[in-house]
Design a protein around this ligand. Structure first.
Ligand code: HEC
Length: 284
């Protein structure tokens, strides 16, 4: 915990002055993972690492609402949408090829660092790149709808596979550092960091919500949300969720698939090393 606090201070400090990310080693990242996961296992002693895949639903603090969720899961509301997703996935491109021919990495290792471009490859980015390479129009809305469905369809084939993002290259470590700083830096009018809510206050209530632990973040995405379904747009990718969380503290959201959220997704994915995928997920 002491180190988590000093991390937060370091991140806050870094946001004030130094703009270039400090170098961090593979060993230090491994220590971060152990510390991050250990914090939650101690905070929620009744839960095993694999339990965190259910997000807030896994917490004892959420027990009073869990029955509701379990009932919903008997006939998951996303089932018809998953059938639609499978059809969309199988619909061939004009050139006769299809998504099955796309050059994708296994779902449990995204985001993937690409040394040649010094960039992170997300599944969203790879699907759009594949569409372009096949002379198809890329999907414009990368936060919901068809893009989220296609990702849900692809990732679901890897359910049960533990997260195993590679961070062995120096360039990847710089992205990690960027994401880590974002996660621990305070922002918005309310001056909250991601960690303020999802580490220090995980399991606590805020405005009628219970805050999920950062352990488990991402492995269930894209999610199908009751709240979002009321406006007819039930699906959300990680970057849609990040935008919502930024807005909660009255900070302007960043662009989906932009540098900030890609770095954040990478940091969260690394922190969840070893946690199995469970896609899609239903959330309130
Ligand atoms: C003011 C508190 C607050 C802050 C700050 C905040 N969030 Fe959230 N976040 C929430 C609430 C409330 C939810 C919905 C309940 C839940 O799952 O925690 C949520 C949900 C999430 C989820 C979905 C978890 C799941 O499995 O469904 C992710 C991922 C997430 N937040 C990431 C972030 C990141 C990254 C940041 C920093 C940019 C952040 N949050 C900042 C309050 C916050």
């Amino acid at each position: 915990m002491k180190k988590l606090v000093s991390l937060a201070l370091a991140a806050g400090f870094a946001m004030l002055g130094a703009s270039s990310a400090q170098a961090i080693s593979e060993a230090e990242i491994n220590d971060d993972i152990t510390e991050f996961q250990g914090f939650f296992l101690k905070r929620f002693p009744g839960l095993a690492p694999g339990d965190f895949v259910d997000g807030v639903n896994a917490l004892p603090q959420y027990a009073h609402r869990r029955a509701n969720w379990e009932l919903l899961m008997e006939f998951p509301p996303y089932e018809p949408e998953m059938e639609k997703a499978a059809e969309e996935w199988d619909t061939p491109f004009a050139n006769g090829k299809g998504f099955k021919d796309c050059d994708l990495a296994p779902a449990n290792i995204y985001p993937v660092y690409d040394a040649a471009s010094d960039d992170l490859r997300t599944l969203v980015g790879d699907l759009n790149a594949c569409l372009k390479a096949n002379a198809e129009k890329p999907i414009k809305n990368v936060k919901r709808g068809k893009m989220a469905r296609l990702i849900a369809h692809y990732k679901a084939q890897f359910n049960g596979e533990p997260m195993a993002v590679d961070f062995s290259e120096a360039g990847a470590q710089a992205w990690y550092e960027k994401g880590r700083q974002f996660y621990w830096a305070k922002r918005g009018q309310l001056n909250f960091s991601c960690a303020d809510c999802h580490v220090h206050n995980s399991g606590n209530a805020v405005r009628g919500d219970i805050l999920s632990p950062g352990l488990g973040h991402g492995v269930g995405f894209p999610v199908y949300r009751t709240k979002w379904s009321l406006s007819g747009k039930p699906w959300g990718t990680m970057h849609r969720r990040y935008g919502g969380c930024n807005k909660q503290v009255r900070a302007s959201p960043f662009k989906a698939q932009g540098v900030e959220y890609k770095a954040l997704e990478y940091y969260e994915a690394v922190m969840n090393t070893g946690i199995p995928l469970k896609v899609p997920s239903q959330r309130q």
